[in-house]
Design a protein around this ligand. Structure first.
Ligand code: C2O
Ligand code: CU
Length: 459
C-alpha cells in the first residue's frame, strides 16, 4: 500500500539522521532581526549603502532546514515601517503566508511576530517583505529559504546565487523615489547596480570536474534576467523549487523573471587556472554576475544525474475543471480608460493620480471578491490574457500550478509564470491548500500600481 502523505511526512521527520532536528526541540525560535544597517555594495571608492537587513545582512540570513521539519522564526521589527515576511513558493499554512491585510496584521515597528510552519517541500524558496514591497524588498528585506532533500544529492558544492538589481544614486544611496509614475506604468523599477549574493563581484572557488548545484534566484523588483554559463555544462533540475521528473539539458540562455528560481546541476568544464562564469545578457553584450576560479581537479566526465526526489504530489485533473478568465490591462501605451478601485469606478486619469495604472478584469488593486473560489481538491484553470504592452511575472501564493500547453499537456510545476506582452496562456492547479491566496504580478511596482487579485480555497 502507498503511504499517505501524512505518514510520509511523519516518517521523514522521524528519521534519526537529520542534523537539523535536534535544534528544533529547543525552546526559543531563531530570531530574525529586521533593522537598518550599511553594506558596501557599490564599487570601491563609493560609500557603503544604507540598507534594511535581516540579521545584519542583505540578502538576509540564509535559512536551511530539512524537508519534513518546521521553520520557526521570530521576526523582530526594528525598522521605521510596519512589515511582514512572505515565504515565497513554499506550500504553507495560510496564516503564515505573511500578507498584511489578508493573512495577518502588519508587524508594527518595535514588535515581534513568530512564523511557525511545516516544510512539506524540498527545494529553493525565498522570503521577502510583503509590506510596501517596492520599497522594502529594494532596501534589502529578502533572503533564502532552502529546504534540503532527505538525502543530500550527489554534488560537490551547493551554491545559491541570489541575483538582484538595485537603483542607487550617485552617492550609492538607495534611490528613495519608490512611486515614480514612470516606473509604476512602464517596466517597473529597474536598477543600475547588478548584484549576486549582495555583491557586485561575487566569486566562489571550484575545482575542475566538480559537480555544482547552482540555485538561481531572481530577487529583483522588476528586471528579467537572461542568463548564460561559461565553463559549466549540465542540467536543469527544478523550477521554482519543484523537481523535474527528468533533468533537462541546459540551454544556452535561461530566462529568469522576478521571483523565479531554477536549480541546476553543472559540471566544471573550464580548465584549471581559468575561470567559469555566470553571465547576464543584454542587447549590448554580457555582464559577469558571478565568477568561479577553477583549481586543478579531475577531468573524467560524470554520468547524468538522477532526478531530485519528487515533492508531495497534488495531481491536476483537467477534465471538467472550471476555467476562469484573467484579462491583464493597462500600463504605458495601453492606458486604462477606467477601472474599479476600492469600490468606485474611476477614469484612467483619476487612477493615475492615485498611482494605479493596471487592472485585472477591470479592477485595479485587490478587489473585494476573489477571482475564483475553489473547493479543496478541485482542479481550476485560469486563462490569462496579457492585453498590455509589457511582460509580467504572475505569481500564485500557496500552491504551485502547471501551464496547460497548446497540445493539452501540462508543463512543469511553477509558482511564477512570465507572460510576454500580448500573450495568452493558461495555468491549472489543484486547490489543495485552504485559505485566501494572492495572485499578482511580481514586478513589484506593477503589483503596487494595480496588478493584484486573490483566490479562495474553501476547506
Ligand atoms: Cu514573492 Cu506575493 O510574493
Ligand atoms: Cu507586471
Amino acid at each position: 500500500m502507498m503511504p499517505s502523505r501524512r505518514q510520509f511526512l511523519r516518517t521523514l521527520s522521524a528519521l534519526p539522521l537529520l542534523p537539523a532536528l535536534p535544534s528544533l526541540a529547543q525552546a526559543s525560535p531563531q530570531r530574525l532581526r529586521l533593522a537598518p544597517f550599511a553594506q558596501q555594495i557599490a564599487p570601491e571608492g563609493y560609500p557603503a549603502t544604507d540598507l534594511w537587513g535581516v540579521n545584519g545582512a542583505m540578502p538576509g540570513e540564509t535559512l536551511r532546514r530539512r524537508q519534513g521539519g518546521r521553520l520557526t522564526v521570530e521576526v523582530d521589527n526594528r525598522l521605521p515601517q510596519a512589515t511582514s515576511l512572505h515565504w515565497h513558493g513554499i506550500r504553507i499554512d495560510n496564516a503564515m503566508d505573511g500578507v498584511p491585510g489578508v493573512t495577518q496584521d502588519p508587524i508594527a515597528p518595535g514588535t515581534q511576530f513568530t512564523y511557525d510552519f511545516a516544510l512539506p517541500d524540498a527545494g529553493t524558496y525565498w522570503y521577502h517583505s510583503h509590506a510596501q514591497s517596492v520599497e522594502q524588498v529594494e532596501r534589502g528585506l529578502q533572503g533564502l529559504l532552502i529546504v534540503e532533500e532527505p538525502e543530500t544529492p550527489d554534488v560537490d558544492q551547493d551554491i545559491p546565487l541570489m541575483i538582484d538589481d538595485l537603483r542607487v544614486t550617485k552617492d550609492a544611496a538607495i534611490d528613495g523615489n519608490f512611486t515614480a509614475p514612470h516606473d509604476l506604468s512602464h517596466a517597473g523599477r529597474l536598477g543600475n547596480l547588478l548584484l549576486c549574493n549582495g555583491a557586485m563581484t561575487y566569486a566562489q572557488p571550484v575545482k575542475q570536474g566538480e559537480r555544482l548545484r547552482l540555485r538561481l534566484i531572481n530577487s529583483a523588483n522588476a528586471r528579467i534576467f537572461v542568463l548564460g554559463l561559461q565553463g559549466l555544462t549540465g542540467w536543469i533540475m527544478a523550477y521554482d523549487g519543484m523537481p523535474l521528473a527528468e533533468p533537462e539539458a541546459l540551454p544556452d540562455r535561461l530566462t529568469l523573471a522576478p521571483a523565479q528560481r531554477i536549480d541546476l546541476f553543472v559540471d566544471v568544464t573550464a580548465e584549471a587556472g581559468s575561470e567559469a562564469f555566470l553571465l547576464q545578457f543584454e542587447q549590448d553584450g554580457g555582464y559577469e554576475l558571478a565568477r568561479f576560479p577553477v583549481a586543478a581537479g579531475s577531468t573524467t566526465t560524470r554520468p547524468a544525474p538522477q532526478p531530485l526526489p519528487p515533492n508531495p504530489d497534488f495531481p491536476i485533473a483537467l477534465t471538467d475543471a472550471p476555467t476562469t478568465d484573467l484579462r491583464m490591462e493597462g500600463g504605458a501605451m495601453a492606458w486604462l480608460a477606467q477601472a474599479r478601485f476600492k469600490g468606485q469606478t474611476l477614469s484612467g486619469q483619476d487612477l493615475a493620480q492615485l498611482g494605479q495604472f493596471w487592472a485585472f478584469n477591470g479592477s485595479a488593486g485587490r478587489p473585494p471578491e476573489p477571482l475564483l473560489t475553489a473547493r479543496l481538491g478541485e482542479t481550476h484553470r485560469i486563462r490569462m490574457q496579457n492585453d498590455t504592452l509589457w511582460p509580467h511575472a504572475m505569481h500564485l501564493h500557496g500552491m504551485h500550478f502547471a501551464e496547460v500547453l497548446a497540445d493539452g499537456t501540462l508543463g512543469p510545476l511553477r509558482d511564477t509564470l512570465m507572460m510576454r506582452e500580448g500573450e495568452a496562456r493558461e495555468i491549472a492547479f489543484q486547490a489543495h491548500n485552504p485559505g485566501d491566496w494572492l495572485l499578482h504580478c511580481h514586478m513589484l511596482s506593477h503589483h503596487a500600481a494595480g496588478m493584484g487579485t486573490w483566490i479562495r480555497v474553501t476547506a
